[in-house]
Ligand binder design. Sequence first.
Ligand SMILES: *[C@@H]1O[C@H](CO)[C@@H](O)[C@H](O)[C@H]1NC(C)=O
Ligand SMILES: *[C@@H]1O[C@H](CO)[C@@H](O)[C@H](O)[C@H]1NC(C)=O
Ligand SMILES: *[C@@H]1O[C@H](CO)[C@@H](O)[C@H](O)[C@H]1NC(C)=O
Length: 374
Amino acid sequence: MPSRSPQPETPKGLIVGIALGAIIVLIAIIIFFIYYRRKKRKEALSSKGISSKPNQLPVLGPVSHETPSTSGSLGSEKPSPGILRLSQGVFSYEELAMATNGFSNTNLVGEGGFGYVHKGVFRDGKVVAIKQLKAESRQGEREFQAEIEIVSRIHHRHLVSLVGYCVTGAQRMLVYEFIPNNTLEFHLHGKERPTMNWSTRMKIAVGSAKGLAYLHEDCQPKIIHRDVKAANILLDDSFEAKVADFGLAKHSLDTDTHVSTRVMGTFGYMAPEYASSGKLTEKSDVFSFGVVLLELITGRRPINRTQSFLDDSIVDWARPLLKQALKEGTYDALVDPKLQGDYDSSEMTRMISCAAACICPSAGLRPQMSQVIP
Ligand SMILES: *[C@@H]1O[C@H](CO)[C@@H](O)[C@H](O)[C@H]1NC(C)=O
Ligand SMILES: *[C@@H]1O[C@H](CO)[C@@H](O)[C@H](O)[C@H]1NC(C)=O
Ligand SMILES: *[C@@H]1O[C@H](CO)[C@@H](O)[C@H](O)[C@H]1NC(C)=O
């Protein structure tokens, strides 16, 4: 059939044209705004990185073999609100049971006041650590999920990622990426472990400081760990530190102990103001980090029951020795004898002054985590 007169089609084409044009302009505006906001945010982040550089406070690094921090990729690591990856992270009990051979003893990799940790392998080969929370939490499920949502968005080279969770009845389980080489506590204090050399100790100190600095200063809302300790610093294949167990600390409270206060750090690591009044700031994490540094320096445990009662805490024992070491430049009384003097003395000086600053009794005088790292 031959086409009819073209007249009625012209206005129709015009309308379609105008509509298309309007849509294209609208899309361009939206793209521009998204781009502009990203750029703004990136600028804010990088300027923050520069302005928060330490001045006269003690700094752990520079560490020769350390790649220049994660700050280059900060923008992409920033947890972005709005993207809920959570739906992928909800596991059924059956899935987790299958991955762990029915939570068998051979898969058991950890046990504590909080409950059990099993190693699990999914069908696709992904290896995870599954933490069963022992007692049912006093928190409602919605609050639990809200916290999980925040934590599962946090990804950083020196933090253990939360992959997902599972709720069946009163039972709650958390699924984490698997970190293969146990904890700092195991390698430093475990029976018959080979001595950890100085460069490894230094690398672990810097890595965990970076992880904590990210929690304190780059997360929205900021996260106070509350339980920084050698047993919560996991080590990967190349002995890089990965800080574990942050953000969900409330759930790992061992309800069997009937602790009535909300204070829940670990004895030997707790900042004095937190232990006495429950006052919690990121500076209490800084104190606990200082105790970890003392462990790395001295090879001693935070509490030594074989010592006299007054000296049993590493902090009280080390304070006068730190002062003396910094004044006289002699470290023998303080440093782990197992190192047999094999350490870089300028690195040792830096770690000692960092430790001294971090365990300062007055919270206000302790450095921020970002001031500790190079
Ligand atoms: C320290 O130990 C690590 C891991 O065991 C090893 O890779 C490294 O070469 C050691 N460094 C020195 C200086 O011995
Ligand atoms: C770290 O873990 C890997 C894998 O489990 C293992 O092959 C390696 O020997 C471990 N390294 C150390 C120093 O324990
Ligand atoms: C505990 O203290 C004693 C006495 O000072 C010391 O010899 C020992 O090395 C310490 N042990 C630990 C694990 O810190």
